[in-house]
Design a protein around this ligand. Structure first.
Ligand code: HXC
Length: 260
């Protein structure tokens, strides 16, 4: 597929996807959504690819939100009938079993913050700014901001962000648990690609299962989560990669993974 609003590159086993509308601060319109869905599906289907990185073009924004110009005149019945925003979670979260990282290079506002939070984790540039300013437009988060942000940073900060619309800088975001690391903007993509290469070099089934386990923690009780973890762990012990991983450790050499 030829993309117009995103760029897709493969760096060995890592797919780098860049939202490419810097003149609109990478605002998320329906074309970006359609292209991201296609790019994530291609990444998921390609056995040579083990991890993805999503970022925004330019040094100003990851994504400054859903495209306000596209939404301004849209009737409510269209939002409802299209189940507006449902595609993001179903394709980028639920159908993507391989890990992916958001590399946030500037503003991540509204839908941009929500998109970053769909990633398995966020690496932020020191210039990153996060916010849920939808209230100022007379609306509210629509692709996970009230739910994923609250789970990530707790009620106090999530309420503060959603009700005042203020932005969090990178330091506050890291302190609050929203991002895993902060790096200087100039080194952001290198750092994200390096982390992604590390993940892509892991046994692929174990990578998927580790991701799934952590995500289960957000969906279930502790008892059920612990049971899920034990069962998934026990299933992994039946894989060829487990046999190889433990043998390689004993033989003091790197493992060679089959994905089986
Ligand atoms: C469409 C956008 C945009 C957006 C920026 N632009 N954000 N276009 N949708 N979300 C465009 C501007 O119109 C402008 O284009 C260009 O990008 C540069 O933006 P400026 O505002 O000139 O830049 P600056 O002064 O540096 O301010 C940066 C900013 C500001 C603080 C990030 O752009 C801003 O507040 N953007 C909106 C942020 C926001 O409210 N996001 C949430 C959206 S709602 P032109 O052509 O005019 O020069 C959402 C979910 C809503 O995400 C759910 C509702 C159902």
């Amino acid at each position: 597929m030829t993309y117009e609003s995103i760029l897709v590159e493969q760096h060995d086993a890592v797919t780098l996807i860049t939202i490419n509308r810097p003149q609109a601060l990478n605002a998320l319109n329906s074309q970006v959504l359609a292209e991201l869905i296609a790019a994530f599906a291609a990444f998921e289907a390609d056995p040579s690819q083990g991890c993805a990185v999503l970022t925004g073009a330019g040094d100003k924004a990851f994504a400054a939100g859903a495209d306000i110009k596209e939404m301004a005149d849209k009737p409510a019945s269209d939002f409802f009938n299209e189940d507006f925003f449902a595609g993001w979670t179903s394709h980028l979260v639920k159908s993507t079993r391989k890990p992916w990282i958001a590399a946030v290079n500037g503003f991540a506002l509204g839908g941009g913050c929500e998109l970053a939070m769909m990633a398995d984790f966020i690496i932020a540039a020191d210039t990153a700014r996060f916010g849920q300013p939808e209230i100022k437009l007379g609306v509210a988060p629509g692709m996970g901001g009230s739910q994923r942000l609250t789970r990530a940073v707790g009620k106090a900060k999530a309420m503060d962000m959603c009700l005042t619309g203020r932005m969090m800088d990178a330091a506050e975001a890291e302190r609050s648990g929203l991002v895993s690391r902060i790096v200087p903007l100039a080194g952001l993509i290198d750092e994200a690609l390096k982390a992604a290469q590390t993940i892509a070099a892991m046994p692929p089934m174990a990578a998927k299962v580790n991701k799934e386990m952590v995500n289960v923690a957000f969906e279930t009780t502790l008892d059920q989560g612990l049971l899920f973890e034990r069962r998934a762990f026990q299933i992994l012990t039946a894989t060829e990669d487990k046999a190889e991983g433990m043998k390689a450790f004993v033989e003091k050499r790197p493992g060679v993974w089959q994905g089986k």
